[in-house]
Write a protein that binds this ligand. Sequence first.
Ligand SMILES: Nc1nc2c(c(=O)[nH]1)N[C@H]1C(S)=C(S)[C@@H](COP(=O)(O)O)O[C@H]1N2
Ligand SMILES: [Mo]
Length: 229
Amino acid sequence: MGTPQSFSLAQLTQDFEAVSVNAVMHCTCNSRSRFQPRRPGGQWGNGAMGLRDLLGKAGVKSGSVQVQFQSLDKGAGAPGSGGADYKKSLNVNDPVLDECIVAYAMNGQPLPMVNGFPVRLVVPSYFATYWMKPLSFIRILTKPDDNFWMATAYLQPDNLRGTTTPEAVKAKTVKFRPVGSMPVRSFIVTPDETVKAPAGLPLNVQGLAMSGRGAVTKVEVSTNGVVGW
Ligand SMILES: Nc1nc2c(c(=O)[nH]1)N[C@H]1C(S)=C(S)[C@@H](COP(=O)(O)O)O[C@H]1N2
Ligand SMILES: [Mo]
């Protein structure tokens, strides 16, 4: 950083232009229990102001590569991980930095304690792991972040669909990248796999569909094993 800066909640709310965004926060663990091969981490089933203004105050020097975020979290971290401090980083040239806000309100109310009071980072279109709460430190890095939460946890195969095979994992030939922006995502909530549907009767199907970017305009359902939609 050019000039390290420290801001109180009063300064954050008074000295900067207030902006708001509508964004879906999507836990990075959602559906991880269904991944094959199994990946460590939470095994769920289905389960402000512009950041740029702040960075501008401190000044980002040339030669900077990443912006690192840290919170007030204190704990042991995953055993043996060295990941006691939860830290996530975004590349300085990632366009999402222009959309990030440091949020102190949600739906016109101060952030609830459990959602990150006094301030949390909002990274529209990125998985919740980047939505640091409560945000306490922003650091500019001159080397790519190699902390546990970037280099070991929250990685996915580095290809279009983020997929791999058990064989490739065993052979250690899989290249990984951080789980970042959210793909389109949908799931059926009811009926779930425990429901015995009576044959020949109408069935009400309900679910959720969301995307990191833009509104979902159409949802299609297959009732015959994706032969038709
Ligand atoms: N400091 C910190 N921020 C964090 C996390 C965390 O473990 N520590 N978890 C993230 C994840 S995985 C999720 S799903 C969301 C949950 O946010 P919520 O409690 O406001 O719903 O916070 C994100 N921000
Ligand atoms: Mo999460």
